[in-house]
Design a protein. Structure first.
Length: 217
């Protein structure tokens, strides 16, 4: 059996796009027939709410199953997960919990605000010390990727296992509406054609390819 690939999504700042990225990566993998486990370690349980389109669970741990997707809400504690091709962890902003996960790939959605970049310089060394690959994803950005890179170059350049994604997800009303409606941004045809939705799809597909996962369909 091929070992499961594990992705952990982290940013020390709340509201940075962690759950949005986790949900869409899980949605994208599920749609391609890749057996996926989505795990929320955040007490709010927003990932489970999003993937099940239900109100956040009252009990924990809480598990929901679909054909190609298992969703687990386990705040503050890394659960045992069933065999799958891909596990996606939506992490809280507290590093003590985040570092309990030992992923193959860290994903960091990074906005172009000064505070997010300053925080990145604080927590990136510890994540990089794990030895796992780290992909920084420009998220909800107003600046171009080149401008983001020039801002974080000094931080990123210290670590050989850290790269900046070629895909920069722009500010997107379509993604915001998907968040509000607890659905993927690709569920509504007009919004699925928006620049934000298309770039998010390309990003998720590139992550799936980077992990060497093969789609079933």
């Amino acid at each position: 059996m091929v070992p499961m690939k594990t992705v952990a999504i982290y940013n020390k700042k709340g509201g940075a796009g962690r759950t949005t990225l986790a949900a869409h990566l899980a949605f994208r993998a599920e749609a391609q027939g890749i057996s996926t486990v989505a795990v929320s370690l955040d007490r709010q349980g927003d990932l489970m709410s999003w993937l099940t389109r239900e109100r956040r669970p009252q009990d924990a741990p809480h598990v929901e199953h679909r054909e190609h997707l298992t969703i687990i809400h386990s705040p503050g504690s890394v659960p045992e997960v069933p065999d799958a091709a891909l596990a996606v962890y939506d992490l809280p902003s507290t590093p003590e919990v985040a570092l309990l996960v030992k992923p193959d790939l860290w994903l960091i959605p990074l906005g172009d605000s000064r505070i997010q970049i300053e925080l990145l310089a604080q927590y990136l060394p510890e994540l990089a010390g794990s030895g796992a690959s780290i992909l920084i994803v420009p998220w909800a950005v107003k600046l171009r990727r080149e401008q983001i890179f020039s801002t974080v170059r000094d931080v990123v350049g210290r670590f050989p296992n850290v790269t900046l994604s070629d895909h920069a997800v722009p500010e997107s009303l379509a993604i915001t509406r998907a968040n509000d409606g607890l659905r993927s941004v690709w569920d509504s045809p007009p919004e699925a054609d928006s620049p934000g939705a298309q770039e998010l799809a390309r990003l998720c597909d590139s992550i799936i390819a980077l992990l060497g996962l093969v789609t079933v369909y």
